[in-house]
Design a protein around this ligand. Structure first.
Ligand code: GLU
Length: 495
């Protein structure tokens, strides 16, 4: 017996370019990519741009840019559905010839009016198969009279079932469906037809897409059968939910993938995070590379219930990846951000090239977004404009509810002395800085913390950050002394 040649594995991502590319779409693309890579198959991209009014070029560009940024580009040339309309029409006629499809001459406006009337009355409208009952001679006569005609599928009354890779057996009752349209009277294909014809022609073997298409699949299987084409496998990905297990917030759900880039997320954060959104490699790890996911991916690992999008976790994960980056890795992205900050007047001057790599190494494990460099960690680049309120009360004795003059005086005396000490140090290195602070603490009979906390607040405006002595060394003598003096003037003024 001859062996049947193996059918090459091919999957596709088929977005409609009618809006931005959001996290849901990117996750679908990613799962297709992982499935292809894991199985030595091909990952394809088809832009479903048949809706000429709603499809836009910028939306297509975002899809291409977004996939490129994520590192999940298609293996073959992009297919544009709008270029294939003639092929869709041919297929519709073939379906009529097969006996499953039939021409429908009913006026679409009248049908729409009936549908709306039924909806208003709270009833379900189903096409009444007027045209299924036409004799061949009537059909010919109507065609000859030039009445525009659509193509409908005759949906059988039986159960329509298929095996879904995620949800198991899915079944709908054929008698609940109406005979749906494949080709409109104006010759344009519907989604239902175009998607099947294109998947057949692209040799797609596994359709992996969002749950919103689950109930389209039994209908599409009818089309495959009418076209005598092998039916691919199907897997429908669960919805992405918010942390309250309800619908994902509009804010997150409608955020473009490129906006995540602009916010300072890294592509590896997004692949890692979206990859684990509804799929698990069988353990509870949170950090996983694209290569590891590729190695471990299987449709069996997809959870049929909704996947929760936890923004906090996304930020945390980004922090994990940022902490592994060298300055060279992030230089370009940081410079781009900095130009924007400079332009908006958020910094007086660009930090020097000597300073930036050292500052990065000190701060990278303390931030979760690149933009934090100019936000919560902006003290790396500019003098604090204000001091954390709680910190000022605790460490400076300054509070809106009443300033403690004694605390103010003491802290100002001590820090002014330290500023002078720092000014006189031979080398401005963290160990020398620590030594002097510890010595003074002992001399004044206070804990190290009693000096470290107000020092930190003076130089950074905040109460958290990297090790103080390392921070002082990186900031440099001039900046440190200036910031302490400014802070102590503020304290003495009893603000
Ligand atoms: N173009 C459809 C959409 O964006 C997807 C079609 C499919 O994956 O079958 O929802």
């Amino acid at each position: 017996m001859q062996n049947t040649p193996e059918i090459p594995i091919r999957v596709r991502f088929a977005p409609s370019p009618t809006g931005d590319l959001h996290v849901g779409g990117v996750r679908t693309a990613l799962f297709n990519y992982l499935y292809a890579r894991h199985n030595g198959g091909k990952f394809l991209l088809r832009i479903e741009d048949t809706d000429r009014e709603r499809s836009t070029l910028p939306a297509i560009q975002v899809i291409l840019d977004g996939l490129k940024w994520m590192g999940i580009e298609p293996d073959e040339e992009v297919v544009y559905q709008s270029h294939r309309i003639e092929r869709h029409k041919e297929a519709a006629l073939e379906i009529v010839r097969s006996g499953l499809g039939y021409p429908c001459f009913c006026n679409p406006d009248e049908l729409t009016a009936k549908r709306e009337a039924a909806r208003a009355a709270g009833k379900q409208f189903k096409y009444d198969r007027t045209c299924l009952r036409l004799y061949a001679s009537e059909i010919e006569a109507k065609k000859a009279a030039g009445i525009p005609w659509a193509v409908r599928v005759r949906v059988p009354d039986e159960d329509l079932r298929f095996q879904d890779g995620v949800h198991g057996e899915v079944k709908i009752q054929g008698s609940d469906l109406e005979d749906f349209v494949l080709l409109r009277g104006d010759g344009t294909p519907t989604y239902m037809l175009a998607v099947v014809v294109d998947d057949i022609d692209m040799g797609v073997t596994y359709v992996i897409r969002g749950d919103d298409h689950l109930l389209n699949t039994p209908k599409q299987i009818l089309i495959y059968k009418a076209l005598k084409s092998p039916v691919p496998e199907f897997a429908h990905l669960p919805l992405i939910l918010g942390t309250d297990k309800k619908k994902l917030s509009k804010r997150v759900g409608t955020t473009s993938i490129m906006a995540f880039k602009e916010m300072g997320y890294l592509p590896e954060t997004m692949t890692n995070f979206l990859g684990l959104l509804g799929w698990s490699p069988g353990d509870d790890r949170n950090v996983i590379s694209l290569a590891e996911m590729t190695e471990l991916f299987s449709i069996d690992g997809i959870n049929p219930s909704g996947a929760v999008f936890d923004e906090q976790k996304l930020r945390w994960l980004n922090g994990q990846y940022l902490s592994l980056k060298s300055w060279a890795d992030v230089r370009e992205a940081v410079m781009g951000l900095m130009d924007k900050v400079l332009l908006e007047g958020g910094l007086q001057a660009a930090p020097t090239d000597d300073y930036l790599p050292i500052a990065w190494d000190l701060i990278k494990s303390r931030i979760t977004l690149l933009s934090d460099l100019f936000g919560s960690a902006a003290y790396m680049f500019k003098d604090p404009a204000k001091y954390d309120e709680k910190g000022a009360k605790k460490h400076f004795g300054v509070s809106a509810e009443g300033t403690d003059r004694n605390v103010c005086r003491t802290v100002a005396d001590r820090l002014t002395t330290l500023a002078a000490d720092f000014g006189g140090l031979e080398t401005f290195k963290h160990d020398a800085l620590e030594e002097i602070v510890r010595k003074r603490a002992e001399e004044w009979g206070v804990s190290g913390g009693a000096l470290i906390h107000p020092l930190r607040l003076s130089v950074s405006g905040t109460t958290v950050g990297p090790g103080l002595f390392e921070l002082l060394e990186v900031l440099g003598r001039e900046t440190v002394v200036r910031r302490i003096r400014t802070a102590m003037r503020w304290v003495q003024a009893g603000n």
